[in-house]
Design a protein around this ligand. Structure first.
Ligand code: RB5
Length: 143
């Protein structure tokens, strides 16, 4: 399993903690930045991660910014991305089970690190339910 991770300045602290947590689980993590708390523009990092998921460089992605909304909006401009924002563990479960999100987005300024870690673990451990949820996902692309 290879996961990409990206963040803006608001998510940098949680990013490093999540990378350690994932590596301890034996998951390979590719870091798409940023690595300091200097102010940056979240789309620069969202697009790097989205491209990596779309071209198969990584299987899944995790993105962090202050609210999670900037990252989610930019990521979801990519046709191959289903980025889901999760702020609690049951949402992390549903974003995998119902939305088959290939990128999990976290609102770093609005949740604790233990919550962020629990959400990531739940998302990774939950299989996609398929069925009616696949039918709905198939209707997402704009025609
Ligand atoms: C940065 O201040 C903040 O705007 C950003 O992290 C994010 O919340 C944007 O949606």
């Amino acid at each position: 399993m290879k996961i990409g991770i990206c963040n803006d300045h608001a998510g940098v602290e949680y990013k490093f903690k999540l990378v350690s947590m994932l590596q301890k689980k034996g998951i390979e993590v590719v870091n798409y930045g940023t690595d300091t708390s200097l102010s940056v523009d979240y789309p620069d990092y969202a697009h790097r991660l989205a491209n990596a998921v779309e071209n198969g460089e990584v299987e899944l992605g995790i993105a962090l910014c202050g609210t999670g909304n900037g990252m989610a909006i930019a990521l979801n401009k990519h046709q191959g991305i289903r980025a889901g924002l999760a702020w609690d563990t049951p949402v992390g479960e549903l974003v995998a089970q119902h939305n088959n999100a290939n990128v999990l987005v976290l609102p770093a300024r609005f949740i604790s690190y233990p919550k962020a870690s629990a959400i990531v673990r739940k998302w990774l451990d939950t299989p996609f339910a398929g069925g009616r949820h696949q039918t709905r996902i198939d209707k997402i692309p704009c025609r």
